[in-house]
Design a protein around this ligand. Structure first.
Ligand SMILES: Cc1cc2nc3c(=O)[nH]c(=O)nc-3n(C[C@H](O)[C@H](O)[C@H](O)COP(=O)(O)OP(=O)(O)OC[C@H]3O[C@@H](n4cnc5c(N)ncnc54)[C@H](O)[C@@H]3O)c2cc1C
Length: 330
């Protein structure tokens, strides 16, 4: 590991002032479950590490008029065991419990989870987010791509967005708060994730001198929600496909729907096509199948990952059926 300066500010504004205005010079340290591995592998080599864990007002969950506010330093374990989240956002609680292992969840924070870097093996081996060979060919296209994107992969970004809690947060309509030198800004969480188009761009709408301070979840009293993951096996690994669904139902018909897929695109993938299919329909096996079909209609698998199309389709269908049954369906 290269030497670096370590600072532990106790206030948000102080943390922001210690961050550089360009990427590469400084990094924010939260739980460290992703960042420290990247530093040890020399994929990221900041000259200064800004530890934010001493900033007490980045902690905790509190209710306000709009729903709940979750501080960026809340650990995944604390959130999974939070009574308000279990009662009002049960699909989020379920997604949290499925992340990694108890040890990782004890240490990992929600801010770090949303800002974690892609698991793409080209990126993790030092070839960058948009890896190319010596002839300028996209390495992911010509190389091993079994875990890469099947949707939204027309551009140079072909990694998959790694956070498995982002889809359900987006389905619940979460917003994210950021603080930088010019003050605070709020974004719908779905707009926080970006597919970079050129080298040097990152996969989040986060400036190098900004910190994530909070995630806000709107009230979800009338929402029926589900999270469904397809994994290679029951282990601490990232899943192959994720689907998150929120519905509001009135007089037995679907009045609003949000469907968000994970592990299939460079960003959490909201399927407006599938949402349209569900509108004003009675929920049932046929409707769920049609919506799942629509969600994957635009899939463009790479040479080695067409198997993911069916997995994602099944995830969407089962998540929709789970909103009413708590089960899944074949
Ligand atoms: C074995 C294993 C299995 C895993 N499985 C899953 C899984 O199934 N699903 C899943 O979603 N994740 C999974 N993870 C990833 C894990 O959830 C993340 O590593 C963790 O959430 C990152 O949080 P952290 O607090 O440790 O972040 P850190 O490692 O401290 O930081 C991660 C990144 O976020 C930045 N960052 C952190 N906090 C902030 C902030 N407040 N503002 C701005 N930038 C910030 C850091 O600079 C860094 O770039 C797994 C990890 C392991 C080791």
């Amino acid at each position: 590991m290269r030497p670096f300066e370590y600072v532990s500010p106790s206030e948000k504004a102080q943390a922001v002032s210690l961050l550089a205005a360009t990427w590469g010079k400084t990094e924010i340290l939260a739980g460290g479950t992703d960042l420290l591995a990247l530093m040890k592998d020399d994929i990221v080599s900041p000259r200064r590490l800004v530890n934010i864990k001493e900033i007490s007002d980045l902690n905790g969950v509190s209710a306000n008029g709009r729903g709940i506010r979750i501080g960026a330093l809340s650990t995944l374990d604390d959130l999974a065991n939070n009574a308000t989240i279990q009662k009002n956002y049960p699909a989020f609680a379920e997604a949290l419990v499925e992340v990694a292992s108890p040890q990782v969840r004890n240490q990992a924070t929600i801010g770090g989870n949303l800002c974690q870097r892609p698991r793409c093996w080209y990126f993790r081996n030092g070839f960058g987010l948009l890896p190319k060979d010596q002839d300028g060919k996209e390495l992911v296209t010509v190389g091993e791509n079994r875990y890469h994107a099947i949707l939204g992969n027309e551009g140079p970004a072909k990694f998959v967005s790694p956070s498995t809690i982002a889809p359900i947060l987006i389905a619940y309509g979460a917003t994210i708060w950021l603080q930088g030198p010019k003050g605070k800004r709020e974004l719908p969480l779905e707009k926080f994730f970006l597919a970079p188009k050129t080298d040097g761009e990152r996969e989040h709408d986060l400036r190098p001198n900004e910190i994530v301070t909070d995630v806000l979840l709107p009230a979800a009293d009338r929402v029926q929600a589900a999270h469904y993951e397809v994994r290679q096996k029951k282990a601490f690994d990232w899943p192959l496909a994720v689907a998150a669904v929120t519905l509001t139902i009135g007089e037995a018909k679907i009045r609003s729907a949000r469907i968000v897929l994970g592990s299939v695109a460079p960003v959490p993938w909201r399927s407006f096509e599938a949402e349209r299919v569900l509108m004003e329909q009675l929920i049932g096996e046929g409707t769920a199948r049609d919506a799942a079909e629509a969600a994957l209609k635009g899939a463009r698998p790479l040479s080695g990952n067409s198997y993911k199309v069916q997995l994602a389709r099944v995830a969407v269908k089962r998540a929709i059926l789970k909103t009413i049954s708590g089960g899944g369906g074949a």
